[in-house]
Ligand binder design. Structure first.
Ligand SMILES: N[C@H](CCC[C@H](N)C(=O)O)C(=O)O
Length: 359
């Protein structure tokens, strides 16, 4: 049974903001004052405890008031998800160090004793002329270089914090280098994820390069089974597989992810561990994937993983450069553009609720 919660997401009059221009990056659009839209969020087949506020009260208690809370002694946050890959987002613009430690982030991510999330993401001040810096802790407390679904959530969160409307983009410094998300008119986010890294030692993997400097459809023995893997970094390491001995085309719904995922993640050929994508080819432009993430386990979606998957599919000759990638939480549009060798990802990112925790 679907339960619908109505959350008013009001927009107040725009505040002035200096536009940082870095290189010849596309300037952000000008802002306009929009009427307060009503947005409804559907939570199919899940129990959602709607707060005691009536819809009437909810309209009055706007998100702006939540976003401006500054009471000391509390950690104020917003809960977002990108196709069910969910994150706690923290406004950290007033300090260059994250407000909470990796250990605290683990507690926050606990789905029984904490808020529950795949990771915690911090909006920090920019570095070397970028608008912002993004840092993220996985739910196991490790710090990855980049997060694709997370950076879309980051962009939507900053848009709310800065009260930006219409098409606009940000320059974000990350562990994977410069990342540029653009918020589109329809509320989706298109992200320039930069160039894929294919050199084996830079993924990193100890597997021997077998195509130029890359590992493409190479054999890897996991739990006594020979898998065929292609290794790609999007700033973070990915091991992508479409087949194994005895199964030239994986049927992802039949995989025992919780069994096999950790054996890939901790395999000795991946010195920094790895994210692993198990992929089924539906057509030359349509892929279906499930993922075991480094430091987070089985998630409903992985943005960097979807990018790595399309790159691997092209390298193995299994698909074209423009694909829809179906993840358990929903679809992403991925393009590995030949002109600039950049990978572009387009998908949704939605706020679920705002919260405060005693520090
Ligand atoms: N667990 C990943 C980081 C999050 C990546 C994923 N959630 C995404 O959307 O890209 C890692 O340790 O590399």
């Amino acid at each position: 049974m679907a339960i619908t919660a109505t959350i008013s997401v009001p927009f107040t009059s725009p505040s002035r903001r200096t536009l940082a221009s870095v290189n010849s990056l596309s300037p952000r659009s000008t802002r306009s004052t929009l009427p307060t839209p009503q947005r409804t969020f559907k939570y199919p087949n899940s129990r959602l405890v709607v707060s005691s506020m009536s819809t009437e009260t909810a309209v009055k208690t706007s998100s702006a008031s939540f976003l401006n809370r500054k009471e000391s002694g509390f950690l104020h946050f917003a809960k977002y998800h990108g196709l069910g890959n969910d994150f706690v987002l923290i406004d950290n613009r007033d300090s260059s160090e994250p407000k909470i430690s990796a250990e605290k982030a683990v507690q926050l991510c606990d789905r029984n004793f904490g808020v529950g999330a795949d990771g915690v993401i911090f909006v920090l001040p920019g570095i070397s002329g970028t608008d912002y810096t993004m840092r993220i802790f996985n739910s196991d407390g490790s710090e990855p270089e980049m997060c694709g679904n997370g950076v879309r959530c980051f962009a939507k969160f900053v848009s709310q914090l800065e009260n930006l409307h219409g098409r606009h983009s940000f320059t974000i410094h990350t562990g994977a280098g410069l990342i540029i998300p653009e918020v589109l008119e329809d509320g989706n986010v298109r992200v320039d994820m930069g160039e894929p890294i294919l050199k084996a030692s830079d993924v990193p993997t100890k597997l021997h390069a077998n195509k130029d400097n890359a590992v493409v459809k190479s054999e890897l023995v996991v739990d006594g089974v020979i898998w065929h893997v292609t290794c790609v970094s999007m700033g973070n390491p990915h091991c992508v597989t479409f087949s194994r001995e005895g199964s030239q085309n994986l049927l992802v719904d039949e995989l025992k992810l919780a069994e096999i995922g950790p054996k890939f993640e901790h395999h000795e050929v991946f010195p920094a561990r790895t994210n692993t994508e198990f992929v089924q080819v539906l057509s030359n432009s349509h892929l279906k994937m499930c993922v075991w993430e480094r430091g987070a386990g089985a998630t409903l979606a992985c943005g960097t993983g979807a990018c790595a998957t399309v790159v691997a599919a092209v390298l193995e000759g299994r698909a074209g450069r423009n694909c829809t990638v179906d993840l358990p939480g929903g679809p992403l549009q991925i393009e590995w553009r030949e002109e600039d060798n950049h990978v572009y990802m387009t998908g949704s990112a939605d706020v679920v609720y705002y919260g405060s925790l005693p520090l």
